[in-house]
Ligand binder design. Structure first.
Ligand code: ADP
Ligand code: ZN
Length: 433
């Protein structure tokens, strides 16, 4: 059986891929210019026309699209086709601000299924697998995105959606499920509940996780792998582009981008200047084959690094690093930029700690200050408050040493931090108070 779902695309040489992208971008720029008044005006404001796009480097002359443009044009102002051709409408889960719309043509849905089939295949999923889909079904793109990818491969799908965790485990056990799709924090919730129920997931046939939809560190990945006895794979995506399936992890845990559908750039989030491969910045994506709502140079606000390196998996598709976080979630504490994921990695260095934590950010005079509330392993609590306080102090010391800021860490009671069934909320912002 092939290692690739679509070998031709996944191992295409760079020159061929660039030629393909050039052609698709030319078509798409023309498509939006002629059909979407917002883009016609945005191009005119920048003094560019679709014909000015002659090489991939020319894309830099074209305007960005930002989340607010989608909100201002809610619900269908950025839709390039008549409603007659739209067959599905998703909306973002609205982690930040108002929801945004995602319309699809039949071909867009077909392309999405194809991207998700590549994703799952690369994660190690095959036709014989039984896949439990614990991503939320509904407006959120996670559930149906996974569903259609698995359908394309021909897996047996158990469409549990998220929630009802004990039932998830009963079905996982009874049906001999081999693949779990979920957010990484929901996977942790499932693992924890199993341990409570006295069910050892490591003894079950489950062998692969396909996780995504929120930032998670390598430390969390390793923790899930250990607690579930699986390979914890990943996909990245966003409603604005399509949903999950923009990029996916290969056996080397590299995140390859489906470059024949998404053209990627990295910019400095402050100056908007383009950054070269290998430098960290904000990911900017253009959907180059979408027809209902192809966004041009969409600023994802997700912080990552692009790398064009030979991957041992044989894929030539460009790869991106694991997302450090959303630019919106970056905190500035004592002049130091901090992402929640950095704190997560440091907490996870302590074997006494659970992967459940909250960051509380508040105003201290004119400055922002941060405290960490985190849970320790259940058995540590019997050792008394002094032990817990000493553990909190050790974590704070480690954060100080690694990032250079003083962040008091409080070990809070076991199970006091809400367990996630979808995207976890890690930051409580009290600055407005
Ligand atoms: P919302 O913006 O309302 O959360 P989406 O459900 O479309 O809407 O979420 C897309 C966002 O989720 C991405 O922009 C990114 O911030 C996050 N995300 C998705 N997949 C991953 C991943 N594998 N790693 C980190 N973050 C991810
Ligand atoms: Zn690879």
């Amino acid at each position: 059986m092939s290692d690739y779902w679509d070998e031709k695309v996944e191992t295409m040489d760079l020159e061929q891929m660039r030629a393909f992208q050039l052609q698709k971008l030319q078509e798409t720029l023309k498509w939006v210019y002629e059909r979407i008044p917002f883009y016609k005006k945005a191009f005119e404001d920048k003094g560019v026309k679709p014909e000015d796009f002659q090489s991939l480097e020319d894309l830099g002359k074209f305007p960005f699209t930002v989340k607010n443009d989608l909100r201002d044009n809610y619900p269908f102002g950025l839709c390039a086709v008549p409603m007659d051709e739209v067959v599905r409408i998703h909306a973002s889960s609205g982690t930040t601000g108002k929801p945004i719309t995602g319309p699809y043509t039949a071909q867009d849905l077909e392309d999405w299924s194809e991207c998700m089939a590549r994703t799952l295949w690369s994660n190690g999923v095959r036709k014989s697998d039984i896949i439990q889909n614990a991503y939320g079904y509904g407006l959120f793109t996670g559930g149906l995105g996974f569903h259609h990818g698995a359908l394309k491969i021909g897996c047996a799908i158990v469409p549990t959606s998220s929630g009802l965790t004990e039932r998830q485990l009963t079905l996982m056990n009874d049906f001999d499920v081999t693949v779990l799709g979920a957010t990484p924090t929901y996977a942790l919730t499932i693992a924890e509940r199993a341990e409570k129920m006295g069910l050892d997931i490591r003894d079950l046939p489950l062998r692969i996780g396909s996780f995504g939809a929120e930032p998670w560190t390598v430390a969390i990945r390793e923790q899930i792998e250990e607690r579930m006895g699986i390979a914890a794979h990943e996909t990245y995506g966003l409603t604005e582009m399509m949903g999950p399936g923009v990029s996916f992890s290969c056996p080397e845990y590299k995140l390859h981008i489906n470059e024949d559908h998404f053209y990627s750039e990295i910019i400095d989030p402050v100056t908007e200047a383009p950054l070269p491969e290998g430098e960290q910045g904000e990911l900017v994506l253009t959907a180059i084959q979408r027809r209902a709502m192809p966004l041009i140079r969409f600023r994802t606000k997700d912080i990552t690094t692009l790398r064009r390196e030979r991957c041992a998996c044989g894929r030539t598709l460009i790869s991106m690093d694991k997302i450090t976080g959303r630019y919106d979630d970056m905190l500035i504490i004592s002049g130091v930029n901090v992402f929640p994921s950095q704190i997560e990695s440091l907490i996870m260095e302590f074997p006494e700690m659970e992967p459940h934590y909250l960051l509380r950010v508040f105003k201290k005079g004119y400055l922002d200050a941060l405290t960490v509330e985190a849970e320790a392993k259940e058995k540590i609590y019997s050792q008394g408050r002094d032990t817990l306080d000493a553990l909190g102090a050790k974590v704070s010391e480690r954060i100080h040493q690694a990032i250079g800021i003083k962040v008091p860490t409080k070990i809070v009671p076991f199970n006091s931090i809400p367990r996630s069934e979808g995207k976890a909320k890690r930051v409580i912002d009290e600055r407005g108070k």
